[in-house]
Every structure is written in C-alpha cells, then in structure tokens.
Design a protein around this ligand. Sequence first.
Ligand code: NAP
Length: 245
Amino acid sequence: MSRPVLLIAGGSRGIGAACARLAGERGYDVAVNYKTNANAAAGVVDAVKAAGGQAVAIAGDVAVEADIIRIFDEAAAALGPVTHFVHCAGIIGDASRLDEASAQTIRAVLDINTVGALLCLRESVRRLSTKNGGKGGAVVMLSSMAATIGGGGECVWYAAAKAGVDAMVVGASREVAKEGVRINAVSPGVIDTDIQPPGRVERLTPLLPMGRVGQADEVAEAVLFLLSDAASYINGANLRVSGAR
Ligand code: NAP
C-alpha cells in the first residue's frame, strides 16, 4: 500500500515542524513548506528521512495564490498525490491595542492567516475531493484560542483572522463531507514557539490554568490524531489544545 503524503504549510518551525517530525515517525512522507528559513526546513526534512520517510522542503509564500498552487504541485511531483494537508503558517504582528495598530499589520495578518488559509483549503479540496477526481483525505487547520478570547490588548486582528479559520472549517467540512474529505481545526493556547514575543511566555505562565505553557509536540499529537483514521468520524470539529485556557 502506498504511504500517505502530508503537505504542511509552515512546516519549518514550531508546531508545523513538530507535526512533520511526528508524521515521519507515523509513516507519512512529508512535504515541508516554509517561507524564508531554508535551514530550519532542511533540518525537518532530515528528521523525517531519519525516521524512514521521504521528505522534501518547498519554499513559497502561502499568502500568494500562485505560490500555493505551485507548492501543492511540487509536493505531488516529489512524493505522489497529497493525501493530507496541515495549515500551520501564521503570524501575529506586533502586539498592541487595536487603536494603535497599523492597517499594514492588520492586512498582513489577515492575508496569511485568513485569505491564505482559505486559498490553501480550497486547493486541498480541489485535489482531495472525490468529486474532483481525488481519493479523499484529511485536513487540519491551525486556529487559536484567540478566536474565542479575542486577543484584547495584544492582537485583536489575529483573533479575528483565526475566527475566520473556525468558520471556514465548519462550512468547508459540510461542503465536502460526502466527498471523502474530513476538515478539522486545532486551537492551541499558549505554546512555546518562535511566534511568541519576547517575555510573553514568562509573563503568562503563572496565569495559565495548568501553570505552564504547552509544547509544540503536544499540539502535534492532536493534529496527527485528527489526520489519522482513528478520527474517521470527526469532521468539522475544533479541538482545543490549550491546557484549559
Ligand atoms: P512559528 O514557530 O512562528 O512558525 C511559523 C511557521 O510558519 C514557520 O515555519 C514559517 O516559515 C511559516 N510561515 C510564516 N509565514 C509564512 C508564509 N507567508 N508562507 C509560508 N510559510 C510561512 O509559529 P507556531 O507557533 O508554530 O504557529 C503555527 C500555527 O499555530 C500558526 O497558525 C499560529 O497562529 C497557530 N497558533 C500558535 C500558537 C502558539 O502559542 N504558538 C497559539 C495558537 C495558534 P519560516 O520558518 O520560513 O519563517
């Protein structure tokens, strides 16, 4: 039987890199998309290969439609048809109140976190849906607890962008539920990755219900579960990985 092929948008660092490594251990071949950090992506590719999988790094900006289409094409050319997709690429923008934020920051965050996510989701469905000649598959979109708690004082635009992800997962999963494609979201709380501004992890840790932040590996476990056949009747769901936040 052929191995599943997982494409990760934003797989070079943080949660995406943890997903790629765990997928390699679980028998997937993995295409690791990144924007600028070729060294980090190469390290993730090496880790997947060391676990026995095939892997490839693919540069591209998943806020740009032409790049998204090329990334899916290159992943399929290198590893075979994509069967699973994870959208991890994301940015927050400089922290501030909304009345202090620039339009540039707001647009940049929405461009990648919402418009880019929609275009990636569209491309996944075009390739996976049995209606479009695909063989079905599973998609996980990274949302955030910010969509629920609002990001006040730090990143209201980011929270709004992730609320869009929540909505697209509900709607798209219903559109393609009879076409062999499951689409779910994962909403992390505070996870210790490069996305965190300096000092934020230390500042928030004592305020968190579990008294600690989460690790990227803990989010990757949830993502890999939702991708797997063990989650065969989980569709349109949004799984919080937030330590009760
Ligand atoms: P991270 O450590 O900053 O990693 C971001 C990844 O996205 C990197 O691989 C980066 O590639 C890639 N990326 C950024 N912009 C891109 C673009 N335009 N095109 C392609 N790739 C791009 O972030 P993270 O903490 O793992 O976050 C992953 C996802 O989880 C994001 O959607 C984030 O919003 C969400 N999330 C994170 C947390 C948290 O506390 N960490 C909480 C809730 C939700 P390069 O290496 O090339 O820069």
